[in-house]
Write a protein that binds this ligand. Structure first.
Ligand code: OMP
Length: 308
């Protein structure tokens, strides 16, 4: 297996931007740069037990760290971002958190955007502490954006807003998730007949429209599963929105959605889709990881280009 203790490369398109300038940019602006460079793959870091075995690694914090660091190294300049799933690190307790911190440090050094898949949500005061843990500059677990569960009310997320406004951070709000069990919850309608899923999309769009400044992409996105017929969730994808709504799109690969259908699924909002894949790029051992990531990234770029 390739050793990745040091990462010798940096992204070319950022080589003339200082670290200060990068952190001064909004999350939406940083996503816009990824999309402009043709990058739409979100490479998942999900060290499942079976995958670690498949890679010849131990099912341990060390194994999870090695897999995570390999994914970061292979993602540089190819994927738009990486997305570590916290559960696979959390199962090793404090050692897992140390492992995750090292993966995050690699990503920061390589200037790879990180979405922490942590799905946090709670009463406002508690959520604020989660926001501090994951979004505060200098926090050991600092990431660029995190996934959040809004089911205690969109307004409970407001503790994260200062980090989004002032520190270039982002959030992806669960709206229509890829798992089949979500349907009865997320298609439930308000008295006005609006689905819960669409309510979250509207909140994100309204926040972005209010706060985006000159950015072409908003800093608050939504999760819209690729396995779904989004119309059935009351979500209208026929028209572009301004600024573009970032969409974290899990469900490709292992869960059955095909990247070739990306335009059919996301229609007018496909320009800001991050197509997320974990098992489909991780399965098959560590040796050909970079080739698999490149292949998936190419397929996604191709599918999006064909729609333009
Ligand atoms: O927020 C997520 O990332 C997420 C939302 C969703 O609706 N569905 C979903 O599968 N995910 C995550 O995306 C990843 C999908 O993994 P694969 O099915 O292996 O590509 C997992 O880490 C899930 O936790």
């Amino acid at each position: 297996m390739r050793q990745i203790d040091r990462l010798p490369y940096r992204r070319q398109f950022r080589s003339d931007v200082s670290a200060d300038e990068v952190s001064a940019q909004s999350f939406g602006a940083r996503l816009a740069a990824e999309f402009a460079a043709g990058r739409h793959l979100c490479a998942g870091i999900d060290p499942h037990r079976e995958l670690l075995v498949d890679w010849g690694l131990e099912d341990s914090a060390d194994g999870a760290e090695r897999m995570g660091r390999e994914v970061v190294a292979a993602a540089v300049g190819v994927a738009a971002c990486v997305k570590p799933q916290i559960s696979f690190f959390e199962r090793f307790g404090s050692a897992g958190f140390v492992a995750l911190e090292r993966v995050l440090a690699d990503a920061r050094a390589a200037e790879v955007l990180v979405i922490g898949d942590v799905k946090r949500g709670d009463i406002g005061s508690t959520f604020s502490a989660y926001a501090e843990a994951w979004l505060a500059p200098g926090s050991p677990l600092e990431v660029d954006a995190m996934t959040v569960a809004p089911y205690m009310g969109f307004e409970t997320l407001k503790g994260a807003f200062p980090f989004v406004r002032e520190h270039g951070k982002g959030m992806f709000v669960l709206a229509a998730t890829s798992n089949p069990e979500a349907r009865p919850v997320q298609t439930a309608t308000s008295e006005q007949g609006v689905t819960l899923a669409q309510t979250m999309v509207s909140h994100a769009n309204a926040w972005n429209a209010r706060e985006h400044g000159s950015d072409s992409v908003g800093s608050i996105g939504v999760v819209l599963g690729a396995t779904l017929n989004l119309q059935e969730f009351g979500i209208d994808v026929s028209r572009r929105v301004e600024p573009s709504l970032p969409v974290l799109a899990p469900g490709f690969g292992h869960q059955g959605a095909r990247v070739e259908d990306i335009a059919k699924i996301y229609g007018g909002i496909g320009d800001a889709v991050l197509a997320s894949e974990s098992r489909s790029i991780l399965a098959g051992g560590g040796e050909h990881l970079a080739a698999r990531i490149q292949h998936r990234a190419n397929l996604i770029t191709q599918a999006l280009e064909e729609t333009r």
